[in-house]
Write a protein that binds this ligand. Structure first.
Ligand code: HEM
Length: 115
């Protein structure tokens, strides 16, 4: 069974000898892998205890990298995932909501003609 970690618990796992990272809500122990990482250990150490989803995707990792990742999984993040996508998602939603008056006008074309 996978363990659920809180963000406050995760922030302590940010050292070379005890290093966790988060990708898409899952927690990975990269303590050993950091020294085998072709991109170098510093990328992982810099982000210790944090969400690297975006960095991982932006680096254009291969299928092999993804299968290594799978093997390093030790748990999940408890509660909401802190990922920028979710912030963009909610702001898009509010933009959509602010468009309501336009939708409303479409239903009353005669009012637009009258202006
Ligand atoms: C546990 C998470 C990670 C795994 C398993 C992983 C695995 C790998 C692997 C296998 C490669 C070789 C190329 C490939 O097969 O895609 C690679 C390259 C690379 N990784 Fe990661 N990586 C991880 C996290 C990260 C993070 C968080 C960054 C931050 C930006 C990063 C940056 C890079 C870069 C820049 C390269 C290219 C190195 C080069 O070609 O010189 N990686 N990674």
């Amino acid at each position: 069974m996978s363990k659920a970690y809180t963000w406050s618990e995760l922030q302590h796992h940010n050292k070379t000898e005890d290093l966790f990272i988060v990708v898409r809500g899952s927690v990975y122990d990269v303590t050993k892998f950091q020294h085998e990482h072709p991109g170098g250990p510093e990328f992982l150490l810099d982000q210790g205890g944090g969400d690297v989803t975006e960095l991982f995707e932006d680096a254009g990792h291969s299928e092999e990298a993804r299968s290594i990742l799978k093997k390093l999984k030790i748990g999940v993040v408890e509660g909401k995932v802190r990922h920028r996508d979710s912030v963009f998602g909610s702001s898009r939603l509010s933009v959509r909501n602010s468009c309501r008056p336009i939708t409303h006008r479409k239903h009353h074309p005669e009012k637009i003609l009258a202006v």
